[in-house]
Every structure is written in structure tokens, then in C-alpha cells.
Write a protein that binds this ligand. Structure first.
Ligand code: GDP
Ligand code: MG
Length: 293
């Protein structure tokens, strides 16, 4: 008997969805930073054993759209509600239960079983956690509630066990050696984006899109050329930095991670280009892989 199913991870920004996904998959599929809106696309992470295939999907946090880009991000999160065998609704011990009532209402009305995961319990105490559990029980009476710490891997095995019980008998949806549906280039762009989010301040990282223009694998080395797209000349200056030092540093950090991921030597060149207001331009968003309706 073989089991297979789609397990979708939803919730507000910054509650730990990507951390959880990586813990569940056991690989760094999704980038993680302390900044909201780190995850922009829907990303699949696949776990295979001879007996089952679980297809996790990490989504951008739910938010109210300001830009076209954010509308597309919200679409990814809402579609995750409709095609799940199991829904993991992630919250944490910090956010208020009333943070996003509209989305909560949609979660209440999904047919899939819902596991409500209260993350970051390393940041609270017994009493506060118990009160929070009671509050959530009232709001989502049908959900099963699990307090977890994705970072410390606390209770994550328990969640995994429950997921395995809930997914249906089914042949696999993807090849049994697949780790993700994303092409190699995607990990390059995401890794560079992660380093940019970590290295630069304020608005700059949000105005950045990364495009891998060349990915050439040779016997001992992979040659990669990446383009960093920004919205304004001033941002270009900031990304490059005095004497190019900032970009050099980001490149070095990214290269280290990419080498680890592919277990191969990497030659990485990066350059910066201005595309005025790309976050509001349909054709550019499509070109960057965002779905617009
Ligand atoms: P996402 O926006 O929901 O995908 O959240 P991320 O996975 O990117 O995590 C947001 C921040 O929360 C990061 O700084 C994580 O290191 C942190 N985080 C995730 N899980 C835990 C946890 O269990 N405990 C604590 N203290 N921090 C966590
Ligand atoms: Mg994320």
C-alpha cells in the first residue's frame, strides 16, 4: 500500500512556515530570514520513502496586497487552501488570534483536515501557551492543535506522524527521487535573494528580483550569471556599494551556500540593472514567474 498527498503550509508572514517546511523535508528548500515577505512563490518540498510520498508546499504569508507583486503572492496562499489533503495552519506564540480574521474564515470552511500549529513555543511559558490553545480551540473547533518549535524541531515528529495517518492511499504524484518541483536555477535566485535580505536595510531588498541568466554545468564547476533587478538608480548604487564591496560580499556569501547545495565548485558573476517600478508592471512580473489573474 502506498500513500501520497499534498500538505499545504499557510499562515501569516514570519510565523515560521519556511522553517517548518525545511524541518519536515530535512533540506533547505525554502529561504528563511527574520523579515516578512521572504517567501514570494509557492514552493514544493517532497519527502519520499518506499511507502509514501508527502508533497509539502510552502506559501508566502497572507497579507493585504499593496503592489501587483503582493496580489500574486496572495493568490499562491489562497490556492493552497483548495488543493490540500492536509492543511497546516501555522501561527506562533506572538501573533494575536485576531490578526487575520478573513483568512481564518476561509480556513474554517476548507474541507481538508486542519492541523493548527502554534510555533515558537520556546518563546513562551506553560500558562500563556495554555491560554492561547484555549483561544484557538474556540476559533477553530475542528482543528487539531499542536504546540511546536520548528527551529528546535520540538513536536515536529508528532505532526509528521499525524500527517501520515491523514494522507490517502494513492500512487506518487512525482518521481520518487524528486526533492522539489523547482529547477536548479530557482535555488540560485532564492539563495541570492536571501543574502540580499540579510545584508541590506529597509526597503531595498523588497525592490529586488534576481534572475539567473546563465547556468552552465561543466565537469568540475558550475558557471552562473545572475542579474539583480532593482526599481531605481539609488537602489542600484546601494546594492553595489562603495567600490563594489557590498555586492562582492553578498556574492561570496551566496556562492558558499550554492556550493553546498550542489556539492560542486561555483563560479558566480552578478550584475545590477534598473527596471523602473518592476513590481507594478505585469509583463515583468510574468517574466519573473509570478502568476497574475
Ligand atoms: P515564514 O515567513 O512564516 O516563512 O517564517 P520563517 O520560516 O522565514 O521564519 C521567520 C523567523 O522566525 C526566522 O527568524 C526564524 O528563524 C524564526 N523561527 C522559526 N521557527 C522558530 C521557532 O520555533 N522558535 C523561534 N524562537 N524562532 C523561530
Ligand atoms: Mg517563508
Amino acid at each position: 500500500m502506498h500513500k501520497s498527498g499534498f500538505v499545504n503550509i499557510v499562515g501569516n508572514p514570519n510565523v515560521g512556515k519556511s522553517t517548518l517546511m525545511n524541518t519536515l523535508v530535512g533540506e533547505k528548500i525554502s529561504i528563511i530570514t527574520s523579515k516578512a515577505q521572504t517567501t514570494r512563490h509557492r514552493i514544493l518540498g517532497i519527502v519520499n520513502t518506499p511507502d509514501y510520498q508527502i508533497v509539502y508546499s510552502d506559501t508566502p504569508g497572507v497579507l493585504r496586497p499593496n503592489y501587483k507583486l503582493q496580489e500574486s503572492m496572495l493568490n499562491f496562499s489562497e490556492s493552497a487552501l483548495s488543493d490540500a489533503d492536509v492543511l497546516l495552519y501555522v501561527t506562533d506564540v506572538i501573533e494575536k488570534t485576531s490578526k487575520n480574521e478573513e483568512f481564518l474564515h476561509k480556513v474554517q470552511n476548507t474541507e481538508a483536515p486542519v492541523l493548527l500549529l502554534i510555533n515558537k513555543i520556546d518563546q513562551t511559558n506553560q500558562k500563556e501557551l495554555e491560554d492561547l490553545v484555549i483561544e484557538w480551540q474556540k476559533l477553530l473547533p475542528k482543528a487539531e492543535i499542536y504546540p511546536i518549535s520548528a527551529l528546535n524541531k520540538f513536536n515536529v515528529d508528532l505532526v509528521k506522524k499525524r500527517i501520515l495517518e491523514l494522507i490517502p492511499e494513492s500512487p506518487p504524484y512525482f518521481e520518487k527521487d524528486a526533492l522539489t518541483d523547482r529547477p536548479a536555477r530557482f535555488f540560485v535566485t532564492e539563495t541570492i535573494r536571501e543574502k540580499i535580505l540579510l545584508y541590506y536595510q529597509k526597503e531595498v531588498p523588497y525592490a529586488v528580483e534576481v534572475v539567473v541568466e546563465e547556468f552552465k554545468e561543466e565537469k568540475d564547476i558550475i558557471n552562473i550569471r545572475a542579474l539583480i533587478v532593482v526599481e531605481r538608480d539609488t537602489q542600484k548604487g546601494i546594492i553595489i556599494g562603495h567600490k563594489g564591496l557590498a555586492l562582492k560580499k553578498v556574492g561570496a556569501m551566496a556562492r558558499k551556500d550554492i556550493e553546498k547545495f550542489f556539492e560542486k565548485k561555483i563560479f558566480l558573476t552578478m550584475y545590477v540593472k534598473v527596471e523602473k517600478d518592476w513590481r507594478s508592471r505585469d509583463n515583468l512580473l510574468r517574466q519573473f514567474g509570478y502568476r497574475l489573474d
